[in-house]
Design a protein around this ligand. Structure first.
Ligand SMILES: NC(=O)c1ccc[n+]([C@@H]2O[C@H](COP(=O)([O-])OP(=O)(O)OC[C@H]3O[C@@H](n4cnc5c(N)ncnc54)[C@H](O)[C@@H]3O)[C@@H](O)[C@H]2O)c1
Length: 254
């Protein structure tokens, strides 16, 4: 039977690329986003795949519970969950407010918890499942100005480690993937807003400069991450759980 992959934040960026890759690999994809995911669904259908859009604000516990029920009712539940939706911005600790800290945690970490609550019971009951938390190499590099982001993504890694212990006996693996900088709209916006006075024209040069810290000296695009996601979502990864795999061209070594 066709497996179902639920991917949060898949209207654009990394999530959309993951959705297209898993659809190409034969999954029916639940495209989940607070923004309209119609473009991702259309791209998948044009390529001959199957996808359905589910509107959901991952920071709203009731909405995420309803999302789980809706995916179960229409697609029979999810076999794979990619916890990808996340937000990033740059603030020194002195500038960081509690409200901002909470906004980041609400999406980047609470949203993962809520999605696991919504989708894991079906996986555990059927004895097969894959959960992939999208973290970040910033946990290992720890640059300044990212306390809320690094703390949330370190939480994503901790959650994967903890749930791997609880879900492993039921055939469900839980891993974290930690990308380095990847060209997406979010990163371009963050670059312009936080480093370039609103001007995004130097973004490509900035990415090329950052890539010099890597062993692979070119910047990454979303398609550089999708092969790893496809592997972790497959039967071939069945003995890998509780792990964090860094996907950053060899910048951070863990
Ligand atoms: N781009 C990078 O360089 C990079 C590096 C490391 C990790 N990451 C992580 O990868 C993930 C994807 O990042 P991206 O760069 O593709 O970002 P993006 O902004 O392009 O995509 C994120 C998606 O999440 C959705 N989203 C935002 N708030 C939501 C909410 N409340 N409910 C549901 N959906 C919501 C957005 O609408 C968007 O479609 C994030 O978790 C990010 O932290 C990105």
């Amino acid at each position: 039977m066709t497996k179902v992959a639920a991917i949060t934040g898949s209207a654009g960026g990394l999530g959309a690329a993951m959705a297209k890759k898993l659809a190409a690999d034969g999954f029916t994809v639940a495209v989940i986003d607070v923004k309209d995911g119609g473009e991702t669904v259309a791209a998948i259908e044009t390529a001959g795949g199957k996808a359905q859009f589910f509107a959901c604000d991952l920071t709203d516990p009731k909405a995420v519970a309803a999302l789980g029920a809706s995916v179960t009712a229409t697609l029979g539940g999810a076999d794979v969950l990619v916890n990808n939706a996340g937000r990033y911005d740059n603030h020194s600790f002195d500038e960081l407010t509690y409200e901002h800290w909470r906004e980041t945690m609400a999406l980047n970490l609470d949203g993962m918890f809520l999605a696991c609550k919504a989708f894991a019971p079906h996986m555990r009951k059927q004895g097969w499942g894959r959960i992939i938390n999208i973290a970040s190499n910033s946990t290992f590099l720890a640059p300044p100005g990212m306390a809320q982001y690094i703390a949330s993504k370190s939480g994503a890694i901790g959650l994967a480690r903890a749930l791997a212990s609880e879900f492993g006996p039921d055939g469900v693996t839980v891993n974290a993937v930690a990308p380095g900088p990847v060209v997406t709209d979010q990163l371009k916006l963050a670059y312009a807003r936080d480093f370039a006075g609103g001007d995004a024209s130097g973004f490509e040069d900035f990415m090329t400069m950052m890539a010099q810290n890597q062993s692979v000296k070119r910047y990454a695009t979303p398609d550089d991450v999708t092969g790893l996601i496809a592997f972790l979502a497959s039967d071939a990864s069945s003995m890998i759980t509780g792990q964090t795999i860094v996907c950053d061209g060899g910048w951070a070594r863990v």
